[in-house]
Design a protein around this ligand. Structure first.
Ligand SMILES: Cc1cc2c(cc1C)N(C[C@H](O)[C@H](O)[C@H](O)COP(=O)(O)O)c1[nH]c(=O)[nH]c(=O)c1N2
Length: 236
C-alpha cells in the first residue's frame, strides 16, 4: 500500500483529469468484445469506493448478461422513448428521433446500480434532514465506475429513458431497492472528443464562467485571476 500522503505526480494528475475530460456517454460505438471479469471487478471496486452518507454504501450491482432480460429492458426503453419524442414537436422532434439514446442490446454487458433505501436498518448518520442522500451517494458510485471504465478504455452509457417500476419488476427488485442507474458497458470503436449530444447539435456545453457565482445567486466573481481561470478553465 503506498503512502496516502505522497502528492500525486504530474502524470497521475494528468491521468485523472484525462479520465474526467475524456469520459463519454457511449451508445453508438460499442464493440461486442466481452469485458474480462477481472476488469469488471476493478470497475465495481472503484464504484464501491465512492463516498456515501454515513458510510451507508447503499448500492448493489446487478450484472445483466441475459439477452432475454435485456430485451425486456429494451422494450421498456422503446415505449418510454416514444413518450420522450412526443414532448417535442416539428423539427426538434425529428432531431430527437434521429438520436441514438441507448446501447442495451449492442453492448456486451448491462449493469444496474441500485440504491437500497433501508441499508443499515435504522437511522443513517447525515441523512436525517435530507433523505435523498442515499440516492446522491449511489450517483457517486456510478461516476466512479464511469471514470474507471474510461481509464480502462471501456465505454459506459447511462439509460434513463425507462419506467422505474417496470424496470424494478423485470429485475425482481424488492420494494425498498431503487433502480438508480441502468448502464450499458463495453469496449468501443472510438471515444468522441465531445458529448454526442453536442456533436449532433442537440445542446452545447455552457460557459463555466456563467455558472460560477459569488456569495449569492447571480453575483459576479470579483477575483480577476479566478475569472480569468474560469474563462480558460483547462489548458491541457
Ligand atoms: C443521470 C443521467 C441520465 C442519462 C445520461 C446522463 C446522466 C448523468 N445520459 C448521458 C448524457 O446525455 C451525457 O452525459 C451528456 O450528453 C454529456 O455527454 P458526455 O457524458 O460528456 O459524453 C443519457 N444518454 C442517453 O443517450 N440516454 C439516456 O437515457 C441518458 N440518461
Amino acid at each position: 500500500m503506498h503512502d496516502p500522503n505522497m502528492p500525486f505526480s504530474e502524470a497521475e494528475k494528468a491521468g485523472l483529469y484525462r479520465a474526467i475530460h475524456e469520459r463519454r456517454d457511449v451508445r453508438s460505438q460499442f464493440l461486442p468484445d466481452p469485458v474480462p471479469p477481472r476488469v469488471l471487478g476493478r470497475l465495481l471496486e472503484a464504484a464501491h469506493h465512492a463516498p456515501s452518507v454515513g458510510f451507508m454504501q447503499p448500492w448493489d450491482f446487478l450484472v445483466i448478461e441475459s439477452l432475454e432480460v435485456r430485451r425486456q429492458v429494451h422494450g421498456i426503453f422503446t415505449r418510454e422513448n416514444e413518450k420522450g419524442a412526443r414532448q417535442f414537436s416539428g423539427e426538434r422532434q425529428q432531431h430527437y428521433r434521429s438520436l441514438k439514446l441507448e446501447g442495451i442490446l449492442e453492448s456486451p454487458l448491462n449493469l444496474c446500480i441500485t440504491c437500497d433505501r433501508s441499508r443499515g436498518n435504522g437511522p443513517v448518520l447525515g441523512r436525517t434532514s435530507i433523505v435523498e442522500m442515499d440516492l446522491f451517494s449511489t450517483c457517486l458510485a456510478v461516476q466512479n465506475l464511469w471514470l474507471a471504465a474510461r481509464a480502462e478504455g471501456i465505454g459506459v452509457g447511462w439509460v434513463s429513458i425507462l419506467d422505474q417500476e417496470e424496470l424494478a419488476t423485470v429485475l425482481g427488485l424488492p420494494e425498498h431497492v431503487y433502480p438508480l442507474a441502468y448502464l450499458c458497458i463495453g469496449y468501443v470503436s472510438e471515444f468522441l472528443d465531445e458529448p454526442e449530444l453536442a456533436r449532433k447539435g442537440w445542446r452545447q456545453r455552457l460557459p463555466l464562467a456563467e455558472l460560477v457565482h459569488a456569495n449569492g445567486w447571480g453575483q459576479e466573481v470579483s477575483d480577476d485571476e479566478l475569472r480569468q481561470a474560469l474563462e480558460d478553465p483547462c489548458p491541457r
